[in-house]
Write a protein that binds this ligand. Structure first.
Ligand code: MN
Length: 320
């Protein structure tokens, strides 16, 4: 029995959604005029043992917005108005990059080239992963155009991603924050949501602390709220927000490779994004590690796509 009534049909949405929230598709990055550019990056630097296991993430997240495509202009209570209040300031969906699981360098170059073009066009890049290796070329590309500007990374993740090397790979998903720390334009890293046992050794954590990374484990957020995190973002900062789906509780997003109990709630994540935008300017975001094959009845896709939608609403408001 799978003839379930469909919310999208109730709201008059199209049966299949090609773009996130039914937003305009952008085929030519070079001529883009938009405040925000959404781009699917199915793969960057996969570990051989697991391959590009999040390759289907971007399309699953688009599909999860399908029931809302006819309603995107209605009242959004998470914004106190439509998610995109101005018709002129709507994100565009740039589709998915192609990738070759056997050519990580080419995958990284494609991501970096796209991000560079978005920045030149004045659009905030929003990457949909893909695993957590895709932010490395994104952050690097931001550095290439930084002109001396410094950036704060707000990483929201169950894991700290400070391995020097894992399975012989330095640019994989377990090393993202360590690689970022080595880039001269990154002056501050704030990491929220760590919990349980991840791939990091205690020495990795100690290296991160020695560098100056600041940690707010998930337990601290549950106990003390997000204000203490936000206070660490200096006013006027340029902020890169890196969100791993496993930061949220696995009851909310089961579709991840490593479910870690005790995760953040949807509104804790929302408050981190809104709070960051209130203190500085969000220069780029990534949403990674969503693995639809591990999801349960689309619950995780719904939650992550909703968080992305809320973030897009925040980004268009800062462009205003
Ligand atoms: Mn991660």
């Amino acid at each position: 029995m799978d003839n379930k009534a469909d919310l999208g049909a109730l709201f008059g949405a199209a049966a299949e959604t090609k773009t996130f929230l039914g937003l305009e598709a952008c085929a030519d990055f070079e001529t883009m005029i938009a405040p925000v550019a959404i781009l699917g990056a199915p793969c960057a630097t996969p570990y051989a043992a697991v391959g590009a296991y999040c390759r289907n993430g971007p399309d699953a997240l688009r599909q999860a917005t399908g029931s809302l495509t006819a309603n995107v202009d209605r009242h959004d209570f998470d914004h106190g108005g439509p998610v995109f209040p101005s018709a002129k300031l709507r994100p565009v969906d740039c589709g998915n990059l192609t990738f070759d699981e056997a050519d990580s360098a080419a995958n990284r170059q494609k991501i970096a080239d796209a991000v560079s073009t978005f920045l030149k066009r004045g659009a905030v890049p929003v990457l949909l992963g893909g695993d957590d290796s895709i932010p490395i070329p994104m952050i690097e590309a931001i550095g290439a155009q930084a002109n001396g500007a410094k950036f704060t990374i707000l990483q929201i993740d169950a894991h700290i991603d400070w391995r020097e090397v894992h399975m012989g790979e330095r640019l994989g998903l377990s090393s993202t924050m360590r690689r970022a720390s080595e880039m001269p334009h990154i002056e501050r890293i704030i990491q929220v949501g760590a919990r349980g046992i991840g791939s990091a050794a205690t020495s990795d954590y100690e290296d991160a602390v020695a560098w100056g990374a600041e940690f707010f484990p998930a337990y601290d957020v549950h106990k003390n709220g997000v204000e203490a995190v936000l206070e660490r973002i200096p006013n006027g900062s340029n902020i890169i927000i890196c969100i791993d789906a496993d930061a949220l509780d696995p009851a909310l997003i089961p579709g991840v490779i490593g479910r870690a109990p005790g995760g953040l709630s949807y509104y804790q994540a929302v408050d981190l994004i809104k709070g960051a935008a209130a203190r500085g300017r969000i220069a780029a975001m990534d949403f990674v590690e969503f693995m639809p094959e591990r999801d349960v009845d689309g619950i995780g896709a719904l939650t992550f796509a909703r968080l992305i939608t809320t973030a897009l609403g925040v980004l268009v408001r800062q462009a205003d």
